[in-house]
Design a binder for this molecule. Sequence first.
Ligand code: SAH
Length: 260
Amino acid sequence: MPLHDNRKGKLFIIGIGPGSPDQMTGQAREALLQSEVIIGNDTYLSQIGSLINGKEIIRSSMGQEVERAKRSIELSRSRIVSMVSGGDAGIYGMASIVLEVLEHEPCSVPVRVIPGITAANAAASLLGSPLSGDFAAVSLSDLLTPLEVIERRLHAAFSMGTPVVLYNPKSRGRPHHFALAMEIAGRYREAATPVGIVKNAYREGEEIMVTTLGEIMHAEAAVDMHTTVIVGGEESRIWRNGDDVKGIITPRGYHKKYVY
Ligand code: SAH
């Protein structure tokens, strides 16, 4: 579906990026400006405040994702609707549930998923270049995935030897998942492995911390639900400028081929 077409209703599923409006794509901005109705939860709506002035706003809470998806489809039969997710809507976001509900609805509303900068990109950029090549991502939230499946995935991810990005590392309801993940990481990685902790990337309250797997439990208090954690891979190292810790570098392998 083109961004502009003259059918009556349509549905955009938009990733608005990590927070600051600067981190939203031009395409996401244009879709929001075109929309008549905007649906999302409060955190995301407040991040895009000035772009959605004068539009009908439907605020929804966490835990109401299925109703939110149904409502957005219903409204998009006759109006231009944007459903907003933080980061990228297709990565731990609302895109799949909207598409799944649509599979069961006999309706031909044009739908378009618009990508956004996901927390892994945002956090990685603030740490330097900790991902660089292959990496794995695991969410520690057991709201939709049983804990034993998460544990199995953590073993698989850390056994790859690549950096691992942890989404949803901790929340009040599951304070111990992070310690469990670090314990599993320790079985596959040396204590000197760098770990980056990025809280509130590109939004108010931004904090960036670099530590090591051996020291990580001293930094545990800094980890919460607004944080993304990147555990380095076998080749990752701390990026320094003199004595200053600047971030994390995971070499892509150019040093094996070139002298620089
Ligand atoms: N769809 C989102 C992820 C939603 S899951 C995306 O693509 O980024 C929520 C988790 O994402 C949080 O618990 C946190 O781990 C991470 N996250 C989202 N925004 C973040 C930000 N601005 N800074 C750091 N982590 C963030």
